[in-house]
Design a protein. Structure first.
Length: 268
């Protein structure tokens, strides 16, 4: 079932690419990131990025209805001890990730493998059929949704020693802290850094990589915060730079697995 869904998703995404749906946005992003690459190389990368997105959407159906035991078998964690050691300190844990590989499988399957439920930060979206579908999918293992505007809810979770997860790689408002990303200063969401600094929570970056067999592997990367003292704009920028650098390194290894279809550089 999963292979069939992924094949359909990949094919449908390829059709969207050839019909030009958000192709100009994708190509502009890739030109910003890889200014010396040829047009043919960027087109090939763009097509593969579309196929990746098609797989993500197809797998949402799988994640919503497949048995949890099957979902668990589709993902592994290379260094779970890092996650559990951070959580055991009872200081609160912030896991930052990007729209890379399948971020939905990262959240859902990760909670199964790690045997830990967490608060998933989401944008404040009006209730709709799609949102209800996604919420049912995302909470199947016991994870709970926290709206991005519910800052108190995030603080309560961290102060209780819990884990919250945040996708922090999309375009932020123009007035947000600007940090280097693929050679250009871009506004970047500062919420993860502010939360970590103000609550003294531990921060990890979660890399989720799709392997050649179609399964996923999570690797946690620790974010150094011991040298950051005080809630200042400079410290917020320093920590934001650190987790953005990790994201960029991960993307450069397998760029076709990142979400290039959104306007990441629109405020440059």
């Amino acid at each position: 079932m999963r292979r069939t869904l992924n094949a359909i998703g990949s094919l449908f995404a390829s059709i969207l690419f050839y019909f030009g749906i958000r192709r100009s946005v994708t190509f502009d992003n890739l030109q910003n990131a890889y200014p010396t690459s040829s047009k043919s190389a960027l087109n090939a990368l763009a097509l593969n990025a579309y196929k990746n997105l098609g797989i993500v959407f197809a797998e949402m159906l799988y994640l919503r209805f497949a048995r949890l035991t099957k979902i668990k078998r589709g993902i592994s964690v290379s260094n779970p001890e890092l996650f559990h050691a951070a959580l055991a300190k009872k200081k609160g844990l912030i896991v930052v990730a990007g729209h890379y590989a399948n971020w939905e499988w990262l959240a859902l399957g990760g909670s199964l493998v790690l045997k830990t439920n967490y608060g998933v930060i989401r944008k404040n979206i009006d209730k709709s059929f799609v949102e209800k579908f996604l919420t049912k999918m995302r909470t199947r293992t016991g994870n709970r949704m926290i709206n991005a505007g519910d800052v108190r809810g995030m603080y309560r979770a961290l102060q209780s020693g819990e884990c919250i997860t945040i996708l922090g790689d999309q375009a932020a408002p123009g007035e947000s802290v600007r940090v280097p990303f693929f050679g250009r200063e871009v506004p970047t969401f500062e919420g993860p850094a502010r939360l970590a600094i103000r609550t003294n929570a531990i921060m990890l970056f979660a890399e989720c990589f799709r392997k050649t067999d179609g399964n996923y592997e999570i690797t946690f990367h620790p974010m150094e915060t011991d040298d950051i003292v005080g809630d200042s704009e400079l410290n917020v920028k320093i920590l934001t730079v650190r987790h953005t650098e990790v994201l960029e390194k991960i993307i450069r290894l397998n760029p076709e697995q990142w979400l290039w279809q959104h306007k990441r550089w629109k405020y440059v």
